[in-house]
Design a protein around this ligand. Structure first.
Ligand code: BGC
Length: 462
């Protein structure tokens, strides 16, 4: 993928193919011919391995228009189909104007001899975002038939077009949905009536199952199911139960576990990839790190350890032994001048953990436009065992939600977790939200956040 060491391994033949327009056309036609001859080819184990990844021209232009943005504007980011109209292309100021087919055509054009990964986010469940308001969507809680037939079916039809058979299409399926049915339902204190309703009517599980079945039937589609992040399902009570629910969804509405290529962690979240300065097994001043205020009995301190352990758990609950994980590292870098350079003092477990942690959120349940965040690891294939890739599924610079109510035609609500003056709710332990001020509605361009992400990138930008 772009900017990875593998770029240097391109064959001279591929480079020659790029040299002229005619050469490019020839390369493309040869590639298509080769693919049709082998269209029954098995999926590869890791679609990112040896591949380039599609650069969304719309996000790329937004990034390049920012001061300093050209340092990252050639990075691959996810294409979010966040409403039915996004399939054809709509007027959304950030993501609109190119429909799914136009993105796929552009991905075919970007392919230059190496396999090309196209990353698309499936994100339009009935009753979407049941524990928050910022990404409520267009479909009501009972509109499962519209989800199936006006959203998933048209997407599946387009993805199955033989013109795209040569792409490796990575779908990430329904961000922040199934874990809500584990953690934000009665009788827990964190329950919301909306999540109770989505558990009772079964439409999250039905919708995810249907998406997996329809998209998984296409030979070159690689489905990755959303798996929250460690600060959500890393607690023992949530961990196995979430894996069990993922398995149930993968056996619903015609899906089978074979339709699942893997899972994605940390999508659009801010949890640090690796916390070097403390670990879960340590005891400091007589108290285990697990009992520090920050870790709060979680079983994990970071996304890498969580993702690797969740992979094992998923396999033990029935998923294929070769599933792979993706980790969204778009905004979990936490660099800049405030990044700790070593562990905190050993005077107390809280001083130790708080002094050493990279993740500088007020609480790990905070999620909206987090102040102080930076870009994380650049997208790359096979970074660690069990991890297919680090990806930027959330396009950096696109807001998580507005800091005050802004009327809009997208169904987006105003969630006070995006308001910097908010003092919290049970899902963040009644802490301040830590959100940046003056944010636009979710998905819209947020220049001030983009600038901060550049400034606080870790690894730093060159
Ligand atoms: C929004 C989507 C947007 C996505 C990517 C989500 O929070 O609800 O509309 O496409 O983020 O920025």
């Amino acid at each position: 993928m772009r900017n990875s060491p593998r770029d240097k391994q391109r064959t001279p033949w591929a480079r020659r193919g790029l040299a002229t327009a005619a050469g490019l056309a020839l390369t493309a036609s040869l590639t298509v011919a080769a693919t049709s001859a082998s269209s029954a080819a098995e999926r590869v184990d890791n679609p990112y391995e040896g591949a380039d990844v599609y650069v969304n021209p719309i996000w790329s232009a937004n990034a390049a228009a920012e001061p300093g943005g050209d340092a990252i504007s050639d990075q691959p980011t996810g294409v979010w189909l966040d409403q039915i109209s996004a399939i054809e292309g709509n007027d959304s100021p950030t993501t609109g104007s190119m429909g799914l087919r136009e993105h796929l055509d552009e991905a075919v054009a970007q392919a230059a001899g190496e396999p090309m990964v196209f990353q698309v986010v499936i994100y339009n469940l009935p009753g979407r975002d049941c524990a928050a308001l910022a990404s409520n969507g267009e479909l009501g809680p009972d509109e499962i038939d519209r989800y199936k037939h006006e959203y998933i079916d048209p997407i599946a039809e387009i993805l199955a077009d033989p013109a795209y058979a040569d792409l490796r299409i990575v779908t990430t399926v329904e961000i922040d949905s199934l874990p809500n049915l584990v953690t934000n339902v009665s009788p827990r204190e964190t329950a919301t009536p909306e999540c109770d309703e989505m558990l009772a009517n079964g439409n999250y599980v039905e919708g995810v199952g249907y998406a997996l079945a329809q998209l998984g039937a296409i030979d070159n589609v690689y489905n990755y199911v959303d798996a929250g992040h460690h600060g959500w399902i890393g607690w023992a009570d949530n961990f196995s139960a979430s894996a069990a629910l993922f398995y149930e969804a993968a056996n619903t509405a015609g899906a089978s576990p074979d339709d699942v290529h893997g899972f994605i962690a940390n999508t659009a979240n801010y949890s640090a990839l690796v916390e070097d300065n403390f670990s879960i097994g340590q005891t400091v001043a007589g108290t285990p790190v697990r009992q520090s205020q920050w870790v709060d009995w979680n079983q994990f301190t970071d996304e890498l350890s969580f993702s690797q352990a969740l992979r094992e758990e998923l396999v033990s609950q029935g998923f294929a032994s070769d599933i792979g994980m993706l980790i969204d590292t778009s905004r979990n870098g936490w660099g800049g001048p405030d990044r700790p350079t070593g562990p905190g003092p050993e005077t107390s477990v809280d001083a130790y953990v708080d002094g050493g942690r990279y993740d500088r959120r007020i609480q790990s349940g905070n999620w909206c436009n987090q102040s102080g965040a930076g870009l994380g690891e650049r997208p790359q294939a096979s970074p660690e065992p069990g991890i297919d890739a680090y990806v930027w599924m959330k396009p950096p610079g696109e807001s998580d939600g507005s800091s005050e109510f802004i009327p809009n035609p997208e169904g987006k609500g105003f969630d006070r977790m995006c308001d910097p003056t908010y003092e919290g709710n049970p899902r963040n332990g009644y802490n301040m939200s830590g959100a940046l001020a003056d944010a636009p509605i979710s998905g819209h361009w947020f220049s001030a956040q983009f600038q901060e992400l550049l400034d606080n990138a870790y690894p730093p930008l060159n």
